[in-house]
Ligand binder design. Structure first.
Ligand code: PLP
Length: 412
């Protein structure tokens, strides 16, 4: 089965109750039991069944199974947001004193979160780009995780998943990737050696811009050394499943950032068109990047542009696609603001992966908490505009942007 067919006819679709073509919304808090014995078993995770929606819900489970199938994982666990997915994915395996090596071109919220983790004794060491050559010198006994986005948002650096996972595994460290911007349409990171995948499913997976959510997928491929990974020690009897089982029955359950059944339903219906949307979104991004590159005074960043250092890798790893985000430098902050204010169709909003094309000035919004060094390392300058392409007609989007750039050049 190829990707678009799997979106509609994958094995997880056959699990929906009542032979429904999309699952019903189980908008409920608690589930009734006929006997105290049965309830005891479900609470002890000794029998399958639902008891309370924070701990499990049929609609949320349907969403998790869909994502797990698409990513080729062992288990997927849905969370209330992408940020909660990243937080729980890390806290599930890290302890105070541990170090993480991460790329500096990360999503601004993730960089803010990593600063918060310092209070818990977890230190993140940044490299400009997550590559074997850059991470190797930073690896020590304390290094417990390599973390990277597959396509950095908004830095747009592309991770060589195979090369980095090979090095990480040689040093007995797992690789966790945030695949929000790539989606399983561009690449399935677990197949290339990543161990854990996180998504903000608020973005492309939902697609309609109508629900905040996140998801963690564990490939159960990593051989945990329970002497080194103290956080998983109580689950050592589960071997490679220790991460999933601790997450499900402990970290995620206790920290309480479950996904609402209604949002899970919105994600399931959105997901069915992921392939079609990504096709159009990627082609729009490529066309806009090419058109803007022709304009004087505008510098464009998009992985597939001829001069881009990640072009060959992106072509190979994403089978010719470059994703739906591009950034460009307008020349000055004032000009960037004038361009944004002149846009007619393109919406000024802080989101990506919507069916609508969105634009934002990252330095004054998403990166307002980062100092200049961190901003520049993430590819965010005072004059940078980020565009997340939607499914409109490319000609209209190009005209909207070129008109706005022209008007910004000639303010009256
Ligand atoms: C949006 C985003 C997040 C955070 O997700 P939320 O659903 O907004 O919490 C994390 N990583 C990336 C790459 C994102 O784009």
């Amino acid at each position: 089965m190829k990707f678009n067919t799997m979106l509609l006819h994958g094995a997880s679709v056959k699990q929906y109750p009542y032979n429904a073509t999309i699952p019903p919304i189980s908008q409920v808090t608690a589930f009734r039991f006929d006997s105290a014995e049965e309830q005891e078993k479900v609470f002890a995770h000794k029998a399958s069944g639902y008891a309370y929606t924070r701990v499990g819900n049929p609609t949320v489970a349907a969403f998790e199974q869909r994502i797990n199938e698409l990513e080729g994982g062992n288990a997927a666990i849905a969370c209330s947001s992408g940020m909660s997915a990243i937080t729980l994915a890390m806290l599930n395996m890290l302890s105070s004193g541990d170090e993480v090596i991460a790329g500096s071109g990360l999503y601004g919220g993730t960089i803010d979160l990593f600063r918060d983790l310092e209070n818990f004794g977890i230190q993140v060491r940044y490299v400009r780009h997550v590559s074997p050559a850059e991470i190797e010198p930073l690896i020590s006994d304390r290094t417990k995780l390599i973390y990277s986005e597959v396509i950095g948002n908004p830095g747009l650096d592309v991770l060589d998943i195979r090369a980095v996972s090979d090095l990480a595994h040689a040093r007995e460290i797992p690789l966790m990737v945030d695949a929000t911007t790539a989606t399983p349409y561009l690449v399935r990171p677990l197949k290339l050696g990543a161990d854990i995948v996180v998504h903000s499913s608020s973005k492309y997976i939902n697609g309609g811009g109508n629900s905040v959510s996140g998801v963690i997928v564990d490939g159960a491929s990593f051989r945990w050394d329970f002497e080194r990974y103290r956080a998983l020690r109580d689950f050592s009897r589960y071997g490679p499943l220790a991460y999933t089982i601790r997450l499900r029955t402990d970290t995620w359950e206790n920290m309480g950032s479950c996904l609402s059944p209604f949002n899970a339903f919105m994600n399931i219906t959105g997901l069915e068109t992921l392939g079609l949307r990504m096709d159009r979104i990627c082609s729009n991004a490529e066309k806009i990047a090419a058109a803007l590159s022709e304009l004087p005074g505008i510098t464009v960043n998009y992985p597939l542009l001829p001069e881009n250092p990640y072009r060959e890798l992106a072509l190979r790893q994403f089978e010719g696609r470059g994703g739906g985000i591009l950034t460009f430098r307008a020349g000055s902050r004032e000009k960037a603001f004038r361009i944004l204010n002149h846009l007619q169709y393109i919406v000024k909003a802080s989101n990506i992966g919507d069916i609508r094309t969105l634009a934002i000035h990252p330095a004054s919004t998403l990166y307002r908490n980062s100092d200049e060094e961190r901003r520049v390392a993430a590819g965010v300058y005072e004059d940078t505009i980020r565009i997340s392409t939607g499914i409109e007609d490319a000609e209209d989007l190009i005209e909207d942007l070129t008109d706005a750039i022209e008007a910004a050049d000639n303010p009256d």
